[in-house]
Write a protein that binds this ligand. Structure first.
Ligand SMILES: [Fe+2]
Length: 257
């Protein structure tokens, strides 16, 4: 079940709201203490103080090492038994038989309880994905998301906010360009708002890179961005990756990321 907000256009046109930080509950000293501790660091990668497009956040969160290990092993077994040389496998709650992924589902619950509940419960898990090396075709290409999960067709007019939690031991690299889909359209770059498609920007546009740092013993780094507006692509090298990704439909008002 996804929570939808009224949407009145481009998020940058949404009226200014209070900066979104973990909710501080009144009259509850413990909750205040926990919530203030929760967000440890926040960097605006793209945007301004009033118009955030990509932010990198570090949250205090001590995930169970056993649960991480078991879900990782579960996905690795699928990679090994698949036998087609693929180095990547994922648990996609909306399209795969969930009974095949008991350990990933346990990790999903843990992430939901320890992390998502403090950020925004309206995010839905899109996937938990493991890659154990550099894939044969290592570049999916720049794209904008059209679905909060992994669907390739847009079904709502809302914009999409994506969270990528790096639960692995290696940095996760993301490429992006700092020109949003509306401006690219104005530059006559072929781009679809309705169907997933690779975007080929003109050579004059610089492709930028960022890294989501690996999991720390008691903290997780999360990238939060407008994935339906910012062309982006994940880059996997020899170190592979282990990430959990979430999506949420939103207007600019609820989640000035
Ligand atoms: Fe994407």
């Amino acid at each position: 079940m996804y929570f939808l907000f009224s949407f009145s256009g481009h998020p940058s046109s949404a009226k200014a709201t209070t900066r979104r930080l973990p909710i501080v509950f009144k009259n509850n000293i413990n909750a205040i203490h926990l919530n203030l501790l929760m967000l440890l660091e926040r960097k605006i990668i793209l945007g301004t103080e009033n118009d955030h497009r990509i932010v990198l956040e570090k949250y205090a969160c001590e995930l169970s090492v056993n649960k991480l290990y078991e879900s990782r092993s579960e996905l690795q077994k699928h990679i090994e038994s698949n036998g087609n040389g693929s180095l990547t496998w994922g648990y996609f709650p909306e399209i795969k038989d969930q009974n095949q992924y008991p350990k990933c589902r346990i990790l999903e619950e843990e992430l939901s309880e320890l992390l998502l509940s403090k950020i925004n419960k309206n995010f839905s898990l899109a996937f938990i994905r493991l890659s154990v090396g550099k894939p044969a075709s290592d570049y999916g290409g720049l794209h904008i998301d059209v679905d909060i999960g992994v669907g390739h067709t847009r079904t709502t007019p809302y914009e999409i906010v994506r969270l990528i939690a790096n639960i692995g031991d290696a940095p996760r690299t993301i490429e992006y360009i700092d020109i949003d889909s509306d401006d690219l359209k104005n530059m006559e770059v072929e781009i679809s708002r309705d169907k997933y498609a690779i975007i080929t920007p003109p050579k004059s546009i610089k492709i930028k890179k960022l890294e989501i740092p690996p999991r720390e013993k008691d903290a997780i780094w999360i990238l939060r961005f407008w994935s339906s507006l910012i062309p982006h692509a994940g880059i996997t090298n020899e170190d592979g990756h282990f990430v959990a990704a979430y999506g949420m439909y939103s207007s600019g008002e609820d989640c000035k990321i």
